[in-house]
Design a protein around this ligand. Structure first.
Ligand SMILES: C[S@@+](CC[C@H](N)C(=O)[O-])C[C@H]1O[C@@H](n2cnc3c(N)ncnc32)[C@H](O)[C@@H]1O
Length: 212
């Protein structure tokens, strides 16, 4: 646990842009992100994007149905290695290892059309350019089956706070990211949660893909 915090902080200092947080998500934020994993019904295919050290993964594996399949895609090689170790050895993780795959590359490189019923994303979208956020949302749409669920978070108030202390270029980028996200949320969000016990507090957005 402590070693996860150390690893996370080291990666944040080295790769701020892609890591986007100083510490793993709290267990309350992680549980909210995993809310639509599992349940009754046919086997489902679940993708976690940007799992980091596995704070949200822990909640996902606890909720997976007996025949659900689980993929993880993580850009950072050290995080991916940490996750592989957890699936090899750690109780809770090891039980689902046979139906789990950990990919170490960007989510944009995942192939296929609509292979997943549920996507849970930990990506720090507010760090990315407007074009990158548009591309990632398009990738989520390509990967998600019609009627599938996408859950992701953003820190409450961080975009306006960063815009307030930034120069013009950064302000415009943050406004652009806000616009792109708001447009998608307007059409597809069916549930929003406010999670106070997290540093900083966060919104969790749950979206349903159109066309079911
Ligand atoms: C804010 S951290 C979230 C970590 C973890 N989900 C949690 O809540 O503690 C963002 C994670 O996304 C990963 N990441 C960033 N860009 C990515 C991309 N394009 N594809 C896959 N993973 C990415 C980072 O390496 C990092 O592990």
């Amino acid at each position: 646990m402590l070693s996860d915090y150390r690893l996370f902080l080291r990666q944040y200092l080295r790769h701020f842009h892609h890591t986007g947080a100083v510490a793993p998500s709290s267990r309350w934020l992680a549980a909210a992100l995993a809310r639509y994993v599992g349940g009754d019904g046919p086997p489902r295919r679940v993708l976690e994007v940007g799992p980091g050290t596995g704070a949200v993964t822990r909640q996902i594996v606890a909720r997976l149905g007996r025949s659900d399949r689980f993929d993880l895609v993580e850009l950072n090689a050290q995080f991916a290695e940490r996750l592989r170790q957890r699936f090899a050895h750690e109780p809770g993780f090891a039980e689902v290892a046979a139906r789990t795959r950990v990919f170490q590359h960007a989510v944009e490189e995942l192939p296929g059309e609509q292979p997943y019923d549920v996507i849970v994303s930990g990506l720090p979208l507010n760090n990315f350019s407007v074009a990158d956020v548009e591309q990632i949302l398009a990738v989520f749409r390509r990967l998600l089956t019609p009627g599938g669920t996408l859950s992701f978070f953003e820190y409450i108030g961080v975009r306006p706070a960063r815009a307030f202390i930034s120069g013009r270029g950064e302000r415009e980028r943050l406004r652009g990211v806000g616009r792109v996200l708001a447009e998608r949320l307007k059409h597809e969000e069916f549930h929003r949660e406010r999670i106070w016990p997290n540093l900083p507090p966060a919104y969790v957005h749950h979206l349903r893909s159109p066309g079911a």
